[in-house]
Design a protein around this ligand. Structure first.
Ligand code: 6LW
Length: 523
């Protein structure tokens, strides 16, 4: 039986939502404080996903300034109805608290509309288009209900498609199946005349689970599916390669099957660094409701291909080009900045190739927009390297590579100068905001290769000039894990440049950036 490899989208892509239009599937994920926001992917087979664009791609569609990297844009839902794509999402923990918004587009690649703010409390919004053409908005919020077994409450209101405003009464739908746990990530589906409300419970960590309820009318009353949880790895033990599964969205295929996308993580010895990734799971509808992974009862690293999909879809993914020499007219879709665009700080050199990084006084340690671009780490075994030319004029100027978990937790391998003006490459680790200089080596040339090797044990940093290669040191992998750093994101690896205002303007030239996966059974 032809199979494919899970995850279908590796690296930090949590809270997946999927819809189908004819033969085409579209998927969105959370993007937190990274910019552009809400990546949109396209697929014809549910297995191979290609980046298409972003929903939040113009500034200032939404302001992410001042936010922790794990706050910001959470859990979008994508739907398509009569020629229009709809995405609803929340800007969580922003300056005005949590703000729920809706954006529309006729082409999922964009341009997307400016966000329309919805008067909606809570997070994890979703839309359900019923057969009569009415559109129902659901989300989860703090419960203030005597029946609530936990802090979460799923609620619903109608969305008026003309005015794009919520209208009519609020319907309280459900408080979950697992007493005491927060219920979130609701999506409504209609099957054989019944409405199914599928949610996540237990939190996005090891107790994560999929639960369900159903009703005869879209607004309820919903009764709990007694089989809940319908999918969880919470009891599978630490040897299970995929953990924390939950937060599903379902899609029907043209061949008549149903599949779910779910988030999950691949820990090693109890910690994960790549973030929550997207896994694909078969679903079978029965008179009692959906059955997830009917053959195995679990999300697996190898899964049968959806019906009607050619075996070629299951072959190992062709990774994108290893080398980015920045010869395009824009940065590729894999590149992100923090909390807003960096057009004035990180610039392509048209015609010539390469990248200019203008050092910014904003360091990586704040919640602003530093001169930084990074891409998700999607492979555990990996070599990232960059050829960079930079001559600092003061020790407060630095430019180089960063392995970035958050503004409090990251490592930098930077070109700078010491107090006597001698050029150095310096490896620094920052944990909980406290920086520790781990190693420094004098460099003879202003142009060097900075490199980092990642594997199961950690990250090892090197500097190379034309004649020598020096290893500065290693940082153990758990240092960058979500378990240690907290929050909701995985590692980004990228380029940055920072310098104090007194040191004056300075630029670093990046010739190229390589992202080279190393063959590994773990992907
Ligand atoms: C997401 C919610 C969650 O909105 O994490 O723990 C949030 N639960 O479902 C961010 O991914």
């Amino acid at each position: 039986m032809p199979t494919f490899a899970n995850p279908v989208l590796a690296g930090c892509h949590p809270d997946p939502s999927v819809c189908r239009v004819g033969e085409d599937y579209y998927l969105v994920t959370s993007s937190f404080a990274y910019y552009p926001g809400i990546p949109v992917f396209h697929s014809r087979d549910l297995v191979r996903w290609r980046p298409l664009g972003h929903v939040v791609h113009r500034s200032p569609q939404l302001s992410l300034t001042g936010l922790d990297v794990s706050d910001g844009i959470w859990a979008p839902t994508i739907r398509h109805h009569e020629g229009t794509f709809y995405v609803v999402s929340t800007l969580a923990r922003g300056r005005q608290g949590s703000v729920t918004f809706l954006a529309t587009a006729s082409d999922a690649a964009g341009p997307w509309s400016d966000p329309v703010v919805l008067e909606a409390e809570g997070i994890d919004p979703s839309l359900f288009f019923d057969e009569d053409g009415r559109c129902w908005f659901t989300a989860c919020r703090d419960a203030a209900h005597p029946d609530a077994g936990g802090p979460g409450e799923l609620w619903m209101r109608e969305l008026d498609l003309g005015s794009l405003a919520l209208t009519g009464p609020t319907h309280v739908l459900w408080h979950g199946a697992m007493r005491g746990a927060w219920v979130e990530a609701p999506h409504v589906y209609r099957r054989d005349g019944l409405y199914y409300l599928i949610a996540a419970e237990g939190g996005t960590e090891s107790n994560h689970a999929v639960t369900a309820a159903r009703a005869e009318a879209v607004t309820g009353p919903y009764s709990t599916d007694p089989r809940s949880p319908l999918l969880t790895h919470r009891h599978h033990g630490p040897a299970e390669p995929i953990q924390n599964v939950g937060h599903v969205d379902l899609v029907d295929t043209p061949a008549g099957e149903t599949w779910a996308v779910t988030l999950g993580v691949r820990p090693i010895d109890g910690t994960h660094t790549l973030g929550r990734e997207v896994f694909l799971v078969p679903v079978e509808w029965t008179p009692r409701g959906p059955v997830f992974a009917p053959d195995t009862g679990r999300v697996t690293l190898s899964e049968r291909l959806p019906a009607g999909i050619p075996a070629a879809a299951g072959r190992p993914h062709q990774d994108g080009p290893v080398r980015d020499d920045f010869t395009g007219t824009a940065l590729g879709p894999e590149w992100n900045s923090l909390r807003g665009p960096v057009d004035s700080l990180v610039q392509l050199r048209p015609g010539e190739g390469g990248l200019t990084i203008r050092l910014s006084p904003e360091p990586l340690t704040t919640t602003g927009t530093p001169a930084f671009i990074g891409r998700r780490q999607q492979h555990l075994r990996l070599r990232v390297s960059t050829r960079i030319r930079f001559t600092a004029t003061a020790p407060t100027q630095e430019a180089g590579l960063t392995v970035f978990q958050s503004h409090r937790q990251h490592a930098t391998l930077a070109l700078t100068v010491d107090a006597s003006g001698t050029p150095h490459a310096v490896l620094t680790a920052r944990e909980a905001g406290v920086g520790t200089r781990l190693a420094a080596v004098a460099v003879a040339d202003s142009e060097v290769i900075l490199a980092v090797d990642s594997d199961e044990s950690g990250y090892t940093f090197h500097v190379e000039d034309d004649s020598t290669r020096t290893t500065l040191g290693s940082i153990e992998r758990p240092f960058f894990s979500t378990e240690r750093a907290g929050g909701f994101v995985g590692v980004h690896i990228g380029l940055y440049g920072t310098g104090s205002a007194e040191a004056g303007p300075a630029e670093a030239d990046v010739r190229w950036f390589d992202y080279a996966p190393v063959a590994s059974s773990r992907g």
